[in-house]
Design a protein around this ligand. Structure first.
Ligand code: DGJ
Length: 710
């Protein structure tokens, strides 16, 4: 890793293991992007901004160019609105106290500390300071970027758009954007769209990360595959409203802007105030989408996930939500716990329904005291029973929500987001607590602290089951009203940070009606994620594939549930359901009371197998060998860092016309290492990768697991 400043050229070269990110101060004292690709042998290889046009950095020496187009082809490092003739997307748009909306940030200096570079810009006349931050994550070939805006003037400043970064791709190629889209029970569906002139926007305006889209995307020059081709990508550390805009502009200028959504956003800075954007992790690889994912996965394991559990194995959990929903009580949960322990489950989670008057989704949220009808002696007897069985104990909460039918809401009707004169829109019979308020955050923090102190709890599942509506906070001054979207996330992160600091041992799972809140911001504060409420093992293949593009298998919770599946009534074998769920962190969500002795024995067998391979799945390098989107046979492989072990899951959709199935070619093995596969023999890594492995699968929805040991 290195950050070099070439003083005579006023140029910075940020190098990771394989890549270089280069920008410089141009003749107008603006920062201009120069280069982002594999690093080059000599510093002199990086062109000055004025001549960097071939790599997308500077002004093209176009034979006939209208003078007003000149500026719109410049790749500015942090473009501001106007600043002359800037008509493409700005990273910063604001309004000064006198109505001036033209921001002109000059380069004024920089500081560097180890892997962290800060470049200072200033619009001096208006006392606006902009700090561009860059942190180089060498081993993952990533650069984290974020921005701090400070008001050093005597007047207020209104920020209208503040992106975390602009990313520039080389000019003049045809590009695609890869991203995920979806909905409840259908998250993380992969899309790959050609980018044509204009803009493609992916976003959330719902107050949370969302099921509809995820704050991550990749841009490639229409030629990348899983293992080859140049890919530029970005992942935001943010769980609120966000936007990523890909813009193909004049003269094939290609840029991506990422940050907090400016829809319904304002940040009012009084003198002395500051606003810091979330970080965005930016990466480049020439080894396709697979390497992109492996870099992001590594980054999560080494740098993002809370340190306490980042490198521990996720335990196999049982959760009775799909089996019993709200109908829970002490003795039934104890019986389920006995059954779960007997097959090797390591953590028992009590989901929704244990508190307040929670017999359905219409009451109780906010009243976080134990329901005495269901648990007459409190939770402790159940917790002790579960610990006695050698399992950890987990509990579900939804701290940001309240049902109107709750003591908390009756006491504090002003604690939810609302507008005067407008009906409070309920969804799932609930309203969202106003986490911009300190008193609300304090209350929730002390309630959770109390819960974790009173009971011997090892894990909490933090749910969020509706989007924010009527984003109003009437008691707040009008000029700060549109800050609620951002301040909600600030409040949430602060509560989570305090809890994690106080109870580092307690694991937290992020959940939002399934996979609605999965992003690098929440994963800094939680240890794992509920992937989707869709637990159908076949549907999960595509959901999990999309999830794996950006997020690592360790955080991807996958349960084995009953067949036919509750939601879509598909019938699948227990083996297939286990294999599908074993591709992430395994859980069981079926009604074990209904599982036959044969099922229980088979489940025990799979759980034992999973325990022997989970280090490969949860910490290994992931290779998407055959995609369920375009192959009848899907295959995913995991390889340990030392390449001594690997596991492959092969999942057949249906055997048609007694056809030959595709041969599976493993990747990432060591050429001269000898790997043994039970019942098949011993082969070198090179032989397996070159010749492949044939699988014998028949019928519909059949599957197998191949363990390669050296
Ligand atoms: C939505 C979650 O995704 C489910 O797993 C379950 O916890 C329910 N909420 C409980 O209300």
């Amino acid at each position: 890793m290195s950050i070099r400043y070439l003083e005579n050229r006023r140029m910075w070269i940020l190098e990771t293991r394989r890549t270089a990110y280069v920008f410089a101060v141009n003749d107008n004292n603006r920062l201009q992007h120069v280069y982002w690709n594999n690093s080059l042998p000599y510093d002199s290889d990086y062109a000055d901004p004025q001549t960097a046009m071939f790599w997308g950095g500077g002004v093209p020496e176009h034979p006939v160019m209208h003078p007003s187009s000149l500026q719109s082809v410049l790749n500015l490092e942090y473009p501001t609105h106007m600043d002359g003739l800037n008509y493409h997307e700005p990273c910063l748009k604001l309004c000064y106290h006198d109505g001036v909306r033209d921001c002109r940030p000059d380069y004024v200096g920089h500081t560097q500390q180890d892997d962290h570079l800060t470049v200072e810009l200033s619009d001096e006349h208006y006392g606006l300071a902009i700090s561009l931050h860059y942190r180089v994550i060498d081993d993952c070939d990533l650069i984290d970027r974020w921005v701090e805006i400070r008001n050093l003037s005597k007047h207020s400043i209104d920020l209208e758009t503040v992106m975390s970064a602009a990313l520039h791709m080389p000019r003049g190629r045809r590009y695609r954007m890869s991203h995920v889209t979806g909905r409840w029970v259908g998250e993380f569906q992969i899309r790959r769209d050609l980018l044509t002139e204009g803009k493609k926007v992916i976003e959330s305006r719902r107050g949370f990360t969302s099921h509809e889209s995820n704050p991550w995307c990749a841009i490639d020059a229409c030629e990348a595959t899983e293992e080859s081709g140049e890919v530029w990508f970005a992942a935001l550390h943010y769980s609120g409203n966000w936007r990523m805009t890909a813009e193909l502009g004049n003269y094939n200028r290609m840029a991506l802007y990422a940050g907090v959504h400016d829809f319904d956003f304002r940040r009012h800075l009084e003198p002395g105030d500051a606003f810091t954007t979330p970080a965005v992790s930016c990466g480049f690889t020439q080894y396709g989408f697979g390497q992109m994912s492996r870099n992001l996965h590594q980054y999560q394991l080494d740098h993002i996930l809370p340190r306490e559990h980042a490198r521990t194995m996720r335990k196999i959990l049982y959760n009775s939500w799909e089996a019993t929903a709200f109908a829970i009580n002490e003795s039934d949960q104890m019986k389920l716990a006995d059954r779960a322990a007997s097959i090797g489950v390591e953590m028992f989670v009590v989901d929704d329904g244990w508190f307040g008057k929670r017999n359905g989704d219409n009451a109780g949220l906010g009243d976080w005291y134990v329901n005495r009808e269901k648990f007459p002696n409190g939770l402790s007897p159940l917790i002790d029973h579960i610990h006695g069985l050698g399992m950890d104990f987990g509990l579900w909460v939804e701290p940001e929500m309240v049902n109107p039918d709750s003591d908390l809401y009756r006491m504090h009707p002003d604690w939810v987001y609302h507008f005067p004169n407008r009906q409070r829109t309920e969804a799932r019979n609930q309203l969202v607590l106003n986490f911009c308020r300190n008193d609300v955050c304090e209350y929730i923090h002390s309630m959770l602290s109390q819960l974790l102190t009173d009971f011997n709890i090892d894990f909490i599942k933090w749910d969020f089951n509706r989007a924010i509506s009527e984003p109003g906070y009437p008691a707040c001054p009008i000029e700060h009203q549109r800050e609620v979207w951002v301040r909600h996330v600030d409040g949430l992160y602060a509560v989570l940070d305090r809890l994690k600091a106080k109870f580092p041992r307690v694991l937290i799972e992020t959940c939002a009606s399934g996979g609605g809140r999965v992003d690098l911001g929440i994963l800094k504060r939680t240890d794992q994620a509920w992937t989707s409420d869709n637990t159908d093992a076949f549907d999960r293949l595509k959901i999990q594939e999309g999830f794996s593009l950006a997020y690592c298998p360790k955080v991807m919770m996958a349960w084995v549930t009953d067949s036919p599946t509750g939601l879509n009534k598909r019938t699948l074998s227990l083996d297939y359901r286990f294999h599908s769920a074993m591709m992430g962190s395994l859980g069981i969500g079926g009604n074990l009371n209904h599982w036959s002795d044969l099922d229980m024995a088979r489940a025990k067998h799979h759980i034992t197998t999973y325990k022997s391979i989970r280090h490969i799945v949860q910490e290994g390098r992931l290779y998407r060998l055959l995609s369920p989107r375009d192959s009848n046979l899907a295959a995913v492989q995991y390889v340990t860092a030392d390449k001594r072990e690997s596991v492959i899951f092969a999942m057949l959709h249906s055997l048609e016309n007694i056809d030959m199935l595709p041969v599976i070619h493993p990747r990432g093995l060591q050429d001269d290492q000898r790997y043994t596969i039970d019942h098949l023999g011993t082969f070198s890594g090179k032989s397996l990768m070159k010749q492949g492995i044939g699988v014998k699968l028949f019928g519909d929805f059949s599957s197998t697991l191949i363990h390669l040991k050296s």
